[in-house]
Design a protein around this ligand. Sequence first.
Ligand SMILES: [Zn+2]
Length: 419
Amino acid sequence: MEAKAGDISVPLAVLLKREMSNEKCEKPDLLYGEACQKKKGEDFTLLSADSERMQETSTESFSVFAIFDGHNGSAAAIYTKENLLENVLKAIPPKVSRDEWISALPRALVAGFVKTDKDFTAQARSSGTTVTLVIIDGWVVTVASVGDSCCILESAEGSIYVLSADHRLEVNKEEVERVTASGGEVARINIAGSAGIGPLRCWPGGLCLSRSIGDLDVGEYIVPVPHVKQVKLSNAGGRLVIASDGVWDALSHENALSCCRGLPAEAAATRIVKEAVKVKGLRDDTTCIVVDILPPEKVSPPVKKPGKVGIKYIFRRKSSDTLSEDHIDRGCSEPDVVEEIFEDGSAMLSERLSTDCMTSIIFEPYNCAVCQLEMKPGEGISIHGTTFKSTGIKRPWDGPFLCVPCQEKKEAMEGKNCS
Ligand SMILES: [Zn+2]
């Protein structure tokens, strides 16, 4: 049996076989490595292939990889490295099923980022950090990002997906509008009479980024609300490259992937950093983590078909590869499809902490949705309480709820404290 390219319907027998093969290779093997060349010593990384969570009756493991690129000192980067993951995990109630855990992650990531920022800025006014945090659970990859470090995925078939957002003011018009509307001034450096020099920056302070953890001295409209993207890889796997701007200022996504093709993860990370420094010199901390997500027991890096490389921003892509009996019977190598499960980059907490009914039942209804403080019914402030002012509709009875300090943090982030 052979289905022609372009056929839409997939025979039931094929779907069943796919399901069975999915079960057969439930967990991928991960091989990973990192490399770094320091200039300022403000880049930090986190690599853990066996973080644990309690699930219903058992303990399950998942993997975490992160880059923190600090600025104006490394206090924020170090604090975030030490506290962020715990704050995210605390936002998910214990003993939920794996599916519930995965669907709760996007909201928990927002809560964890905001709590980490709130706690850090309570003790330090200056210094900030970008964060690119990658959580891998089975074939599901979840990336939360603030700032301009970047995570890309090359699927086993050779398509490139960008999994993080770019929060440089220079390239992000939406963020320029948000910062300006919240009371920040966005402009280039101006030297008497000349046109603006260099990239767009936020004033006072001159930060090129619109989102980070820390940076209280720059302004509260520099928010820690992460862009979150969650995808599921086919069980053919793929390669993740997570790197700080020292790499991306020198190399395109394609060049970073092609310069290390065929090398194992550790050597690949070293090659990417070496290549970046060769192109631009060591002008900034240059840090890279490579993670190969492989079908179990397949130890060599995924083989790429040449000539198929292209950056994919649009998900739910259907493979036009011919689906043959051969593909199906090998079980663990169905045609490459990266499926988008979730994506949201809004800076508005009222949007990011609200979840659909199915997901919201996972969370404690009266706990503060950011810091998880336990509150009594009626004590918290509804996240919708002030959101619908313009339309005159208020939903003060409607959760999720915030404690008073977290509500104040929310108002500050939305620029409501400057009037
Ligand atoms: Zn709170």
